[in-house]
Write a protein that binds this ligand. Structure first.
Ligand code: COA
Length: 508
């Protein structure tokens, strides 16, 4: 036992700070602000949040919860069910928490994922009372070695009044050495970030910590929850094929080499499927500079297609998790995990010239993108890192299926009901029907391309009619304002965006 503990906690002075999750939770009081580790279900604090949920059964408790991104292990769900969350930022992806946000019971700040650290560092947000971070070990010189994500853990540890470390023995200890922790320093006083290549190491292997702030260490033994992405289907495979076709044209035009450029791919099933498309392509020696590393990235590494992948979390399906974590040494020279502020940093994204691929809920005929708000009102997950990348990438690509809800919703609409990414940032839109390369095109040139190449054929006549009528009104970006949101209104009223006369046409 002692040997085991000394391996986990190299720093001898910290070994007597082991406490139970219940004791740690007892320190957390109503109204406090917590900075939890965790990014897209990976590396989240697992024991103390649950003890806190139990505690809330006995006494009134509401806390502000800051994280890297979404939490796994149903922590977001159970915190929402227990009603203990006052304010949540910067991202979540749980259906029950989403419901509570949309009912106004949880205040949600939907934030660019690279921004949280800046706001915490400059004391704009509520000060963090407790950082609760998962780790695989604490080194002799007192550095916290994170587990499967870095997220915002390093800034939380730096700024929090107190720190609780969850040492999780279920996570592979071989993760030590994969992280690269770099502190950018204060705005206005900092140097350029010295990262010019995807595989550059610029920091330390762990999070440097003021040991006096660690007031409790909780031992846990629980795997991350596996990702819930579904395998590629006919539509997402078609999207991947269009992407490859587009990239081929870029190579043929001499704008990219066969190694392309460092790739960023967003969260979810569509983005994962799109990466899978590269498996059977001719592109080789690829690099990934992304946020979440999903299953597809590891398959691409295994196939020898990806040379190196830099991210801030590893989020895998059950089977892939077993495969990768039992063989981590094989990936040691091919992986780096960084703080999300660095993985998503605009300076780096622009410098490396990324190809950024993220998923839209809907796009409009001029190229604006809504990634977050269903019918402009209800939060889905959040903007996540998509804005960090979209604004700064060399090539900003948005993918989406052309329709949702069995065709009742067109993902191409006259006017998006919420704007996350403006027409100025969007280079290419891809659906299963094709792609629209919007670069160098004025709004009135973009609309026909998006309608004819990307919209579902059943919705094209209705979109053409809207655009025709809008053109008559003139303007740089023509609209029929009184009809611009009629598609969303129709869906709310009648359960479909399709107008009756076009419904008849599609039935014929
Ligand atoms: N209106 C309403 N609902 C829509 C819709 C639209 N225009 N388009 C899709 N949906 C629904 C789907 O029906 C599905 O609903 P379900 O969960 O009830 O089945 C859900 O949205 C997810 O759609 P899906 O096609 O399965 O895509 P996905 O799993 O790839 O997720 C996003 C798509 C947009 C929700 C997801 O990528 C996201 O949250 N993106 C924003 C954050 C981001 O890009 N982060 C990455 C930065 S690195």
């Amino acid at each position: 036992m002692d040997k085991h503990i000394s391996e986990l906690i190299g720093h001898s002075r910290l070994r007597d700070r082991i406490v139970t999750a219940e004791t740690a939770a007892s320190w957390i009081k109503n109204g406090m602000t917590l900075g939890l580790s965790g990014f897209t279900r990976a590396g989240d604090a697992k024991a103390v949040p649950f003890a806190l949920i139990e505690k809330a059964k006995q006494q009134h408790l509401k806390v502000n919860v800051y994280t890297g991104a979404s939490l796994g292990s149903d922590v977001d769900k159970m915190m929402a069910e227990a009603g203990i969350v006052n304010k949540r930022l910067p991202f979540q992806a749980d259906s029950f928490m989403r419901k509570k946000i949309n009912e106004g019971e949880i205040l949600f700040i939907d934030q660019h994922l690279s921004h949280t650290a800046e706001l915490v560092r400059s004391d704009v947000l509520n000060p963090i009372d407790f950082a609760i971070v998962e780790a695989v070990s604490i080194t002799e010189d007192g550095m916290i070695i994170p587990s499967t994500s870095v997220g915002n853990s390093s800034i939380f540890v730096k700024k929090a009044r107190h720190i609780i470390v969850e040492l999780n023995t279920a996570q592979p200890k071989e993760l030590k050495g994969l992280h690269d922790i770099y502190e950018v320093g204060k705005q206005g006083e900092r140097e350029p970030i010295p990262l010019t290549k995807v595989d550059d190491r610029i920091g330390t292997i762990g999070i440097p910590v003021d040991e006096d702030k660690i007031i409790g260490i909780v031992l846990t033994n629980q795997f991350d929850s596996p990702s819930t992405i579904v395998p590629p289907d006919a539509e997402t495979s078609a999207i991947a094929n269009h992407l490859i076709h587009f990239l081929r044209k870029e190579v043929a035009a001499g704008r990219l080499s066969e190694h392309l450029a460092p790739l960023q791919a967003g969260i979810g099933s569509v983005a994962n499927a799109v990466l899978y498309g590269l498996l059977n392509s001719e592109f080789s020696n690829l690099e990934v500079y992304s946020e979440v590393l999903q299953d597809a990235v590891f398959d691409l590494i295994d196939a020898g297609k990806v040379r190196f992948a830099s991210g801030c979390s590893i989020t895998l399906s059950q089977n892939k998790m077993k495969e990768v974590y039992s063989n981590l040494d094989a990936y040691r020279d091919k992986l780096i995990l960084r703080p999300q502020e660095i993985s998503n940093h605009p300076e780096i994204v622009r410098r490396l010239g990324l190809i950024s691929i993220n998923t839209a809920l809907e796009a409009d005929i001029y190229g604006n993108i809504n990634s977050t708000h269903v019918r402009g009102t209800n939060m889905m997950n959040g903007i996540g890192g998509s804005g960090d990348f979209a604004r700064n990438a060399r090539l900003t690509i948005f993918v989406t299926k052309s329709v949702a809800k069995n065709g009742a919703i067109s993902s191409i609409v006259p006017f998006v009901s919420h704007v996350d990414h403006t027409e100025h940032d969007v280079d290419v839109i891809i659906t299963e029907y094709g792609y629209a390369d919007l670069r160098g095109l004025a709004p009135i040139e973009r609309a026909p391309l998006i309608i004819e190449n990307c919209a579902h054929p059943d919705y094209r006549p209705q979109l053409r009619e809207y655009f025709k009528e809008a053109l008559k009104r003139g303007g740089q970006t023509p609209h029929v304002l009184e009809k611009a949101f009629s598609w969303h209104v129709n869906y709310e009223k009648y359960g479909t965006m399709m107008e009756p006369k076009y419904q008849l046409q599609t039935q014929e």
